[in-house]
Design a protein around this ligand. Sequence first.
Ligand SMILES: *Cc1c(COP(=O)(O)O)cnc(C)c1O
Length: 378
Amino acid sequence: MLLVSAPILGIPEKAALSKVIDSGWLTMGERVRAFEEAFAVMHGADDCVAVSSCTAALHLILHALGIGPGDEVLVPALTFVATANAVLYVGATPVFVDIESSDVPLMSIAEAEARCTSRTKAVILVHFAGYLANAEQWQRFARARGLHIVEDAAHAPGLKEVGQFGAAAAFSFYGNKNMTTAEGGAVIARDPDLRDRIRQARGHGMTTGTHQRLNSRSPQYDVTMLGFNYRMDEMRAAIGLVQLQNLQEWNEIRRIVVVLYRRLMATHCPAVTIPFSEPRRSAYHIMPILLPRYVVRQDVIDELRAQGIQTTIHYPPVHQMTLYRELFPGTHLPRTEDFAQRELTIPLHPQITSPVAEAVVAALAAALDSCAQAGTAA
Ligand SMILES: *Cc1c(COP(=O)(O)O)cnc(C)c1O
């Protein structure tokens, strides 16, 4: 099966893991610190905080910004559920905002404006599929209303601009992301005070970590806030340090595969549209396409699966999940819903060669043909 995404792991990761085990120090030690420094440098940031997941990162950011009950946070619905869940974790209300268009499936500024109230405190921008939101426009929007900008940058690691939009950015190193630590995440926060609060809340609200106490004369620590256990361990950081060395090259290969897909699709699947037709900075996390309205998506999925090609959907909209329908009934986002109904994500990762991309597009062209005929016959 050709998977939609697949991590690249090998001898260097195994060697790095062995070294951690030989060292006898398993969590929050030198490797976590080295990973934080390297990840920060790649994004032109002073520092960063490694955590256990992107979900934890989002929770810590909202917590450290003091967002809580009575506050509203603008979020897209075309995202993974974690984006909105993090808002619920702090007791605030996620307010779903529609996308700009099927060509630019990022949060619409006009729609965001319409959903703002006196309770709105922040906006979470998702760089969907790796394509960056417009920093200047969102900064102007947020400044005018005194809102915090939080980036859910799960799809966009490795781009210098990410982490510079506003208060902070959350990254994911889950197994299907552009780089992985199996489970893991990071926060880039520009303000050192905000970063310190996030760092402290990551580890139970304690004033020092275990490793710091090893190197200090005093075994004392205090707890000055209600924190969480969102730590990263040394095994994950060791894998992350290896993966980070490859991230820029992998993102560049992803870009080349996307260029190839776009060219092949224009020739062989002219009825398919591909979002982000205008050039835009991207980490090319996934390859979303929009199927023509005359085919039944499930039939195309089945045909491709029979050819050994996995596809997925990004995303079943969050506001349509049972939990969110029950919490916020009557939410209607027509552009998001239309996009999500027609979207199909085809395989994109750095191990996709030209012949593989050609085979995917050929299989898609054949599937569209046979599904169209089946539709006509019916
Ligand atoms: C993967 C993902 C997350 C969650 O990341 P975890 O590290 O699994 O918590 C959040 N937001 C988006 C947009 C994602 O793609």
